[in-house]
Design a protein around this ligand. Structure first.
Ligand code: CA
Ligand code: CA
Ligand code: CA
Length: 457
């Protein structure tokens, strides 16, 4: 016969220390579903629970010892559940979750072709975006701050009809007047910075336009495609020369904007939470030559709350053995991405590494924006990475009160907390088990659920 007894005082104390969510719970308050570990009759169930605090209403499935239990005196479901779960006689105690129709789909014309976001034809080999969008469409954090993704790439078509609405705009800067109006050290940096030419003119480039659209093309605006975020701010940071000096200057620009934002409490700069770097040097050793500089910048950006999503090599190699920059660099603020296809297989031309590459994300035949208000498909780790950068930004938009508090208190620790929640909530794939640190492919929904439900210990 099971023995279950919970003290009233203990439960009330627990519910007082638990932090509130501010959202209506997705379960029925005041009742839970209890399954005993061994055969239990209704009478036995009633005897085993303290009747002052609990009423065993009825057996839901007598054969499986499952009962519906009402909580008295305003006892809270979550706290009671946790306490009951700890008892030996209880197999499980669960909230009575409301069943709702899931999935929020945007109205963009080409959305059905975006298999990476939702892929019913191939058994859900996708990032579960429509389920994640039940939480929201991205764009702002819990405090109403704009969330910014820095797209570090060869350039971007900033006039693209499906990107321009989501472009970051430096409100303190007047464009093209040759004056550094906001005195941040960069003349005419209106949407970002061209680190090769040292001006604010962002060159048009197919690769960067495609990458930007994956993370944040305007969603639900009736045209073309949607990004992982329907709404977000895309900062264009261009390095068309492709040299280390311009990459370092580009990261320096992002770092400066985030520091300004933190120091001015949001009045200046930009709340960059992630950079996207879909480039690299094959077979390079991050500890040699000029590459330790890159790693230092990932660390410095990380400390102010910026994760860096980076593409591993487009080569069928083990990065643990062969090396790669930046996916072989050691900074803990890096999130290193390889390329999966619409069957949840690693792309044959994508690199891997059990101790270096973190996760897979869709990167094969990905439809996204290309210059001239068009869309087109491209393949590569370059396309996988902005799904992850987009996810980092999206997760900031769904954070619980405790998550937001953690980010505010220590942006660097907040970034690492987000990375952890992202990586432990991947969809595990057998093939990626020995090829990545997480063993799986990005799942926007389960990671969003984890960040939205995060509670500090
Ligand atoms: Ca400026
Ligand atoms: Ca100016
Ligand atoms: Ca669109």
């Amino acid at each position: 016969m099971p023995r279950v007894y919970l003290g009233f005082v203990f439960c009330v104390a627990l519910s007082l220390v638990a932090s509130a969510f501010g959202k209506e719970p997705d379960y029925v308050e005041g009742q839970l579903i209890l399954r005993f570990a061994s055969p239990t009759t209704l009478d036995e169930a009633r005897q085993s629970l303290d009747s002052k605090n609990y009423e065993v209403v009825r057996a839901l499935v007598p054969e499986l010892n499952i009962f519906l239990v009402k909580l008295k005196h305003g006892l809270k479901v979550k706290e009671t559940m946790r306490q009951m779960m700890a008892l030996d006689d209880v197999a499980y105690a669960q909230a009575d979750h409301k069943v709702t129709l899931r999935d929020t789909s945007p109205n963009d014309a080409e959305f059905a072709k975006q298999w990476a976001l939702v892929n019913p034809a191939h058994n859900g080999a996708d990032i579960k975006a429509t389920q994640a969008w039940d939480f929201g469409a991205g764009g702002k954090d819990r405090d109403g701050n704009d969330i910014v993704i820095a797209i570090v790439d060869g350039g971007m078509d900033v006039a693209h009809s499906d990107l321009k609405g989501n472009l970051w705009v430096n409100k303190g800067e007047i464009p093209a007047n040759q004056i550094d109006d906001d005195k941040n050290g960069y003349i005419d940096d209106i949407n970002g910075w061209n680190a090769s030419e040292k001006n604010g003119a962002i060159p048009i480039a197919t690769h960067g336009t495609h990458v930007a659209g994956i993370a944040g093309a305007s969603g639900n605006n009736g045209t073309l495609i949607t990004g992982v975020n329907w709404n977000v701010k895309l900062m264009a940071v261009a390095t068309p020369s492709g040299t280390t000096s311009s990459v370092v200057e580009a990261y320096g620009y992002v770092l400066k904007q985030k520091r300004l934002w933190l120091d001015s409490h949001g009045k200046q700069g930009a709340n960059v939470v992630v950079t996207n770097s879909s480039f690299g040097i094959d077979y390079a050793d991050c500890t040699k030559g000029s590459y330790p500089l890159w790693n230092d910048l990932y660390n410095e950006m990380g400390k102010v709350g910026i994760l860096s999503a980076v593409a591993t090599a487009n080569l069928n190699i083990d990065v643990d053995v062969k090396g790669d920059v930046p996916s072989g660099c050691s900074s803990e603020y890096l999130v290193k991405v390889t390329n999966t296809d619409s069957n949840d297989k690693i792309n044959e031309g994508a690199a891997y590494g059990k101790s270096t590459v973190d996760l897979g994300a869709p990167g094969t035949e990905i439809l996204s924006t290309i210059p001239g208000n068009r869309v087109g498909s491209l393949t590569g780790t370059s396309m996988a990475t902005p799904h992850v950068a987009g996810a980092v930004a999206f997760l900031h938009s769904v954070g619980s009160e405790d998550f937001q508090k953690a980010v505010k208190k220590d942006p660097g620790a907040g970034a690492l907390l987000l990375k952890m929640l992202l990586l432990v909530n991947v969809d595990p794939l057998t093939e990626l088990e020995n090829m990545t640190t997480s063993g799986g492919r990005l799942n926007l929904y389960t990671s969003a659920k984890a960040v939205a439900g995060y509670k500090a210990e």
